[in-house]
Structure formats: structure tokens, C-alpha cells
Write a protein that binds this ligand. Structure first.
Ligand code: NAP
Length: 313
């Protein structure tokens, strides 16, 4: 029986682990076979405080894991197959075994949706990205493409427009899905151009992106567009499919609840629909999606879980 089981090994899960063991809680972190989350797929991270020269994403995650393990977090390098929150203690199944805990922190993250076209896997981190806030800096004075027509694509384009020479939004239809306010900002920005009714069907380049093949969705005609970088912004998928009994919001993310105490003041910021189950990181956050915010949310979830256990002995 563990005090706390943490599901997920990105910045949220590992930070939650560090705080949970330092609060004296016997903690198991089920990290998955591909542990470490989205930062394992990135290269240089320059916006995580504490590293004056930046740090490679995988190295940052390795450091967090070592820190959590040194402090006493038990780490299980396997996938959990089910989280059952219908009764206490909560039961998490992994590798055919059932692990029990008094409290659970869900930090399973969200995965970017990719285009799944030729060249994408090879060129990730070499001009293909899903995070302009993270990578725009590397495209100072360069030509860039953003794929998508939702709010994320608008936001990526606006971030890139601050540094890049040009931003071309490639959208598969003739109108955006994004909110009017975001569209207006994008359409007013002189550096941003929109190519309507086009899909990217292939990336060009070997060691770095040099261009893309575009296909007209109406005529089927193909053409080449030279670019130094492609930002794919076609949505995220939160990893929520293995939970039983946890309420999700309208977008399919874990619904985070704020619970006030009897004094009317905020008591738990990271609660879910099930008392004793808390949430942190991108699995509930479709807005900020940064390593540092995920770490912060993980910290909040661990502090909440600790307080909840204290009050529900
Ligand atoms: P989204 O709203 O689902 O938009 C995804 C966009 O990608 C759509 O335009 C879609 O085209 C396009 N797309 C999907 N699959 C594609 C594919 N295979 N090839 C080419 N294009 C594809 O996702 P999102 O923009 O990430 O936003 C998610 C949620 O977060 C939304 O509710 C959004 O409002 C919110 N959000 C808010 C903000 C903000 O308020 N600042 C910022 C970011 C996100 P179609 O339009 O043709 O379907």
C-alpha cells in the first residue's frame, strides 16, 4: 500500500514525486515505458529557469528523475493499464499487478497530434516542432510555416511573427476554426500570410527542414514551398483513456476542481471529481502547456494530496 501513486513521468509527475516524498509520503511513480513525456522529444530547452545556457530536453528529464529517485520516489518503468477510482484504496493495474494507494496524482500529460507524413519523425527537432514558445528563438530571421486553423495555430503564428522573417499558415479549409479575436490579430500581422485549402503532404530536407510539399485540397495540385521550419498546431490529445470514474471536461481533459474550505478560502486547487485523486500538468491544461507550468501544477497536486491525506487519515 502506497500513500501516493503518481501516474506519469513528465515534469508534472516528477515534481509531484519530489514534493510527495519530501512530505514523508511513501510514493510510487508509474512512469511508462517511454518515460519522461514530451521533453524527451525536444532538443535545446532555453526557457526552463536554472540553466543559463539552456539544457537538452532529455537531460533535463533525466536530472528530474535522478532527483526524484535520490529523494526516495519508487519508479516503475512500465505502463499502467487501468486506474480504478471507484473505491478506496485506489487500485492501479500495471504489469498484471494491482498497486494500491490512499491518494493518486494523475499527470499523464497530453501528446501533440502530428501530421504523420513522410519525413516527420526524422525531422522532429530539426526544423519540425509543435511548440513555438519553446523553439521560435531558433527561427530568428527565418521563413516558417504553421499548420492548422485553430487557436493554437494562431498563437504559434503570432509567437513566431515576433522573431521570424515570415510566417505562412497552411490551413486545409477556406476558413479558420479559431476564435474571431485570435483570427483578427493574425490577419492584421503583416509578417503572417495564409495559404487556404492546402495540406502539407511531405517534409523536405535530410539533416534539417528545407521545405514542404503542399497539396491543394480542392484541385489536388501539388507544389513545393521552401521553409526553414514547420510548426504543427493541429491539436493535442490528453492521455485519459485508462481512467475509470474520473470526470473529463468538454474537451476530454481531466476536469480540475477547486475546493474551498469551511472558511470559504481555496483549499485544493488540483482536485478532481473523486476525493483523493488530484491532477497536474498537461492532462488537465490545454492553455499553457509548458514544462515549467506542468512542474508547478505537479507541485500543487502533491501539496494538495498531502493535505488531503492529513485530513482524511
Ligand atoms: P483545434 O481547435 O481542434 O484546431 C485544430 C486545427 O487543426 C483545426 O483548424 C483543424 O482543421 C486542423 N487540423 C486537424 N487535423 C488536421 C490534419 N490532420 N491536417 C491539417 N489540419 C488539421 O485545436 P487547438 O487549436 O489546439 O485548440 C484546442 C483547444 O484549446 C480549443 O478549444 C482552443 O480554443 C483552445 N486554445 C485556446 C487558446 C487561447 O485561448 N489563447 C490557445 C490555444 C488553444 P479544421 O478546422 O479543418 O478541422
Amino acid at each position: 500500500m502506497y500513500d501516493i501513486i503518481i501516474l506519469g513521468s513528465g515534469p508534472a509527475g516528477l515534481t509531484a514525486g519530489i514534493y510527495a516524498v519530501r512530505a514523508g509520503r511513501k510514493t510510487l511513480l508509474i512512469g511508462g515505458i517511454r518515460w519522461g513525456g514530451q521533453l524527451m522529444l525536444t532538443t535545446l530547452v532555453e526557457n526552463f529557469p536554472g540553466f543559463p545556457n539552456g539544457i537538452q530536453g532529455p537531460e533535463l528529464m533525466m536530472n528530474m528523475k535522478k532527483q526524484a529517485e535520490r529523494l526516495g520516489v519508487e519508479f516503475l518503468n512500465t505502463e499502467f493499464t487501468q486506474g480504478d477510482f471507484s473505491s478506496r484504496p485506489f487500485k492501479i493495474t500495471a504489469d498484471g499487478r494491482v498497486y494500491e494507494a490512499k491518494a493518486v496524482i494523475i499527470a499523464t500529460g497530453a501528446d501533440s497530434i502530428w501530421l504523420n507524413i513522410p519525413g516527420e519523425i526524422q525531422l522532429r527537432g530539426k526544423g519540425v516542432s509543435t511548440c513555438a514558445v519553446c523553439d521560435a528563438f531558433f527561427f530568428r530571421g527565418k521563413d516558417t510555416v504553421v499548420v492548422g486553423g485553430g487557436d493554437s495555430a494562431m498563437e504559434e503564428a503570432l509567437v513566431l511573427a515576433k522573431v521570424a522573417k515570415s510566417v505562412t499558415i497552411v490551413h486545409r479549409r477556406d476558413s479558420f476554426r479559431a476564435s474571431k479575436a485570435m483570427q483578427d490579430r493574425v490577419l492584421k500581422e503583416p509578417k503572417i500570410k495564409v495559404l487556404w485549402n492546402k495540406e502539407v503532404t511531405k517534409y523536405l530536407g535530410t539533416s534539417h527542414v528545407t521545405g514542404v510539399i503542399l497539396k491543394d485540397t480542392k484541385t489536388g495540385k501539388e507544389e513545393e514551398l521552401k521553409t526553414d521550419g514547420v510548426f504543427v498546431a493541429i491539436g493535442h490529445k490528453p492521455n485519459t483513456d485508462k481512467f475509470k470514474g474520473i470526470e473529463l471536461d468538454a474537451k476530454g481533459y481531466v476536469a480540475r476542481k477547486e475546493v474551498n474550505g469551511e472558511d470559504g478560502l481555496l483549499k485544493y486547487r488540483s482536485a478532481t471529481s473523486v476525493p483523493g485523486v488530484f491532477v497536474g500538468g498537461d492532462v488537465h491544461d490545454y492553455r499553457y502547456k509548458q514544462a515549467i507550468t506542468a512542474a508547478g501544477f505537479g507541485c500543487i497536486a502533491a501539496l494538495d494530496a498531502d493535505k488531503w491525506m492529513e485530513e482524511n487519515k
